[in-house]
Ligand binder design. Structure first.
Ligand code: DOR
Ligand code: ZN
Length: 435
């Protein structure tokens, strides 16, 4: 593998520019000026920011079963272009990832393609049916080494089953990630329950459907002395409950999506199915509460909930559109817009919420590491001053359901490195040659 010299970059966007030499998969040298060794690839990064590669705890890659909308290959390309070096692929595939047959396959595909580490998420219940726990230990011991389990898309709503899942996971040292949605409160719901949904005639999803499960699971985690992770927090009330639970010493962590940090339910006016998502876009006051919570650490990290869907599943009546939006390739820019340009986070803060914290939550020892000599070269170079306009057809995903179409956003990823290999540069992904 050729050495790589990143020239004139500012680690975490702080201090004077430096040259960073990467070789043998590691950061080999950081100095004011380094002469490029023979055969080195040089990345000119004057004025740019170096961060640890991003880690996404929540993505849907649709393989196996819906390869018409995304595959591990196309999703990996979107991830590398978005600056990610590790992603967690959710279990709601077809067949469901509820056995090592599926989870080992997803891991192996990711490694073959080589653009990003694709960690499979195992289902909590067989077939996501909410009735019987899966053999988590088998999936954890498989080659895919599953370390996170979730029925995402569905809530593990039976409290006794959730309690058992937390106890079992705690013994295995793995994490349960909950899609917090009390299903009896969301029957037929397609939009946030509030004045907008009422005016538009859309069936509402109350905040309490999320908050009641977050509160319940915090208590179950306390009693089981287990850890619980809350997927895609979306309401100001959830923030209050998280704050309370953390103050009690309960092991609870939470993620927020880029879209819940930037968009609100005013967009539903258009009845455009691209804005349908679970949990739904909330009100502007929730958006502000989520931003503040991410800035002050009540919410631990950003996770994309990248959810590709076919055109015919989105370009239809709003209430028939499938919930979900693309997120991998726009995540950094949306965080820059919602958190950096508003002064809520600096680039060190972005490293914390997009890399260090998610790596720690998932227990990935070689991700989210400090930018220091001897550390694994899982890196992203960001141009903080660039702006780009989102064109769905130009995204690497097989689907085009981005809610940011035609929006101009700040910050671009200029290069991503996975264990010292360039996986994306100048807007193109670079899969392993000769696969
Ligand atoms: O909007 C969503 N889409 N939320 C989920 O929980 C699942 C996801 C999907 O799989 O499309
Ligand atoms: Zn979900």
């Amino acid at each position: 593998m050729n050495p790589i010299l990143i020239r004139g970059v500012r680690p975490y966007g702080e201090g004077e520019p430096v040259d960073v030499l990467v070789s043998d998969g590691q950061i080999a040298q950081i100095a004011a000026s380094i002469t490029a060794p023979d055969g080195a690839e040089v990345i000119e990064a004057a004025g740019q920011v170096l961060l640890p590669g991003f880690v996404d705890l929540h993505t849907h890659l649709r393989e196996p079963g819906r390869e018409d909308t995304e595959t591990v290959e196309t999703g990996s390309a979107a991830a590398a272009l978005g600056g990610f070096t590790a992603v967690f692929a959710m279990a709601n595939t077809d067949p469901v990832a509820d056995s090592p047959v599926v989870t080992d396959h997803v891991w192996a595909r990711g490694q073959q393609i080589g653009l990003v580490d694709v960690h499979p998420v195992g289902a909590v219940t067989v077939g996501l049916d909410g009735k019987q726990l899966t053999e988590m230990a088998l999936m954890a011991a498989g080659s895919g080494r599953v370390r996170m389990f979730s029925d995402d898309g569905k809530c593990v709503h039976d409290p006794l089953l959730m309690r058992r899942a937390l106890e079992y996971a705690s013994g295995l040292g793995v994490l349960i990630a909950q899609h917090a949605e009390e299903p009896r409160l969301t029957v037929g719901a397609v939009a946030h329950e509030g004045p907008n949904a009422a005016r538009l005639g859309l069936a509402g999803w109350p905040r309490a459907a999320e908050e009641s499960i977050v509160a319940r699971d915090a208590l179950l985690a306390r009693d089981a002395k287990a850890r619980v992770h809350i997927c895609h927090a979306s309401t100001a009330g959830t923030v209050e409950i998280l704050k309370w639970a953390k103050d009690q010493g309960i092991s609870i962590t939470a993620e927020v999506t880029p879209h819940h940090l930037l968009l609100d339910d005013g967009l539903l006016e258009s009845y455009d199915g691209v804005f349908r998502v679970n949990p739904p876009l909330r009100e502007a006051s929730d958006v502000l509460a989520l931003r503040a919570a991410l800035a002050d650490g009540v919410i631990d990290c950003v996770a994309t909930d990248h959810a590709p869907h076919a055109a015919q599943e989105k370009c239809c009546e709003f209430s028939h559109a499938r919930p979900g939006m693309l997120g991998l390739q726009t995540a950094l820019s949306v965080i820059a817009e919602a958190m950096v340009e508003t002064g809520l986070l600096d680039w060190r803060g972005v490293a914390r919420v997009m890399s260090e914290n998610p790596a720690a939550i998932a227990g990935l020892p070689d991700q989210g590491r400090p930018l220091e000599v001897g550390e694994p070269a899982n890196l992203v170079v960001v141009d903080p001053d660039a702006r780009w306009t989102v064109e769905p057809a130009e995204l690497a995903s097989k689907s085009a359901n981005t809610p940011y179409r035609a929006m101009t956003l700040p910050a671009t990823v200029t290069a991503t490195l996975l264990r010292g290999r360039v996986t994306a540069a100048d807007g193109a992904a670079r899969p392993v040659a000769g696969r």
